[in-house]
Design a protein around this ligand. Structure first.
Ligand code: HEM
Length: 448
């Protein structure tokens, strides 16, 4: 008999660690990480595991991926996303991912650069004359418009964007909370939070339904440019057609709306916060991007060729990974870290805690973008996983990276960013890792 992984301290009878997770999830996962590389936590009276070591995390995501399904958090998301590619398992996932992948490779991302640049230029130009801008909502609007325009050729109205901004965080934080509770406990209690969660899902699915209908009608009328919708619908392949009935198209639309709107704004906001907190790095980066002409040279290759910009984004994704905690569930009896996990064991991991592991990163809590330039081979690939890894890694990784780069570049070319005196910006970890309030002081850059 192999001993169970050690229990993280302070589990309470019946509720286990639920209160600790709810009260301060980042603190809980970060301090629990010190228990052992693989430890045990109590979700109510049930055992779950917590991975706090990057090699074990890589093991479940890459070589052992087939031994796990996506588990409890993802099940809670099904009411919103159905069988979209984020939640699909097995053959359906394989087929949908293969079908969509070309739309996210670098040459396709090149085609999205115009839209990303146009929307982000409009955003920064709308700040003219303002001293202070609350960044996160601005980035949320930007990312929502970009993902739906590039992938579904749909320009969203202001009212629709605001609906997403209002309702999506309710859904995502509701899913996150439900992921840390015994099955269905939430759903049988008719609290106002519960009602808000279900009505937000209904509102977003209704919005998706309307936009999908409009888009399909527009395609029939005008033969619009090829986009992800065309990839899903224009096919002679019978299996692809069957997979992508109208219900599945809505699931995919909502999957990309969710994945694209909840993550990149958080990454952009943390990146700008860190630059505002470190004016010397901001100036160094401004020197790199000043004179970079997006209209003439804005390609994936050229943008990835800006070393400090990429290092700054990488370091902010290390410190503040938007998708900060996730999980998997064992399908059969599975060996992990010297333990045998029974079938159905929920395994959680916090990329936030893992990417601040002091045995890997010196000064793990410090913003030091140059660490990625001075000795890029120093850090194991497995210790930087904000986009996941393996067959379920983020399909939108290049998309997101370029979108964030363009937004940051456009801001730095026009404005100096600064924090308010004494301003603290604690991360809120419900759903994506977002800054609470993030008012940033802006000063127009004087052209050299
Ligand atoms: C900074 C921004 C982003 C971050 C940090 C991020 C992070 C992630 C992570 C960690 C996963 C893997 C989940 C898992 O292993 O269970 C994932 C999956 C996914 N992401 Fe992203 N994401 C970002 C932006 C985007 C964007 C912009 C899109 C779409 C344009 C997107 C679409 C997806 C999809 C569809 C999946 C599911 C892939 C699959 O299961 O095959 N993401 N993302």
């Amino acid at each position: 008999m192999v001993a169970k992984p050690p229990l993280v301290p302070h589990a309470k009878p019946l509720i286990g660690h639920i209160l600790n997770i709810w009260q301060d999830p980042l603190k809980f996962f970060s301090s629990a990480a010190r228990t052992a590389p693989l430890s045990r936590i109590k979700i109510g009276w049930k055992d779950a595991c917590l991975i706090s070591n990057h090699e074990l995390l890589y093991q479940i995501l890459v070589p052992d991926a087939k031994k796990y399904d996506k588990g409890i958090q993802y099940e809670r998301a099904r009411a919103m996303l159905g069988n979209g590619v984020l939640l699909a398992e097995g053959d359906l996932h394989f087929r949908q991912r293969r079908l969509m992948q070309p739309m996210f490779n670098k040459p396709s991302v090149n085609d999205y650069i115009d839209a990303m640049h146009t929307y982000s230029t409009a955003m920064v130009e709308s700040w003219a004359g303002r001293d202070v801008v609350e960044l996160y909502p601005e980035f949320y609007r930007l990312a929502t418009r970009v993902v739906i325009d590039t992938l579904f050729s749909t320009e969203m109205s202001d009212a629709d964007v605001e609906l997403v901004r209002e309702k999506m965080p309710i859904v995502i934080s509701g899913i996150e909370k439900r992921g840390a509770l015994p099955p269905r406990l939430f759903d049988i209690i008719p609290t106002s939070e519960n009602r808000a969660f279900h009505s937000a899902i209904a509102d977003l699915r209704a919005l998706g339904d309307r936009l999908v209908d409009d888009r399909l009608r527009a395609d029939r009328a005008s033969g619009a440019r090829a986009d992800l919708m065309n990839v899903l619908t224009d096919t002679d392949d019978e299996v692809t057609r069957k997979d992508n009935d109208r219900a599945q198209i809505l699931n995919e639309f909502l999957t990309f709306l969710t994945a694209g709107s909840e993550t990149t704004p958080s990454a952009m906001a943390w990146c700008c916060y860190l630059l505002a907190r470190h004016p010397e790095i901001q100036e160094e980066l401004r020197a790199e991007v000043t004179g970079f002409d997006m209209d003439a040279n804005g390609s994936v290759q050229a943008i990835f060729g800006l070393p400090l910009l990429q290092a700054v984004i990488k370091e902010s994704l290390r410190l503040y990974p938007p998708v900060w905690a996730l999980g998997r569930r064992t399908l059969g009896t599975t060996s992990l870290g010297g333990h045998e996990l029974p079938p159905g064991t929920q395994v959680f991991y916090s990329v936030y805690a893992i990417q601040r592991d002091e045995s890997v990163y010196e000064d793990p809590d410090e913003f030091k973008p140059r660490r990625w330039l001075d000795d890029p081979k120093k850090y194991p690939r497995t210790a930087f996983l904000p986009f996941g890894a393996g067959v379920r890694n983020c399909i939108g990784e290049h998309f997101a990276w370029i979108e964030i780069s363009i937004a940051v570049l456009n801001i730095l070319q026009r404005y100096q960013m600064a924090l308010q005196p004494g301003q603290q910006v604690p991360p809120a970890a419900m759903g994506a890792l977002v800054p609470g309030a993030l008012p940033i002081r802006l000063r127009a850059v004087v052209p050299r």
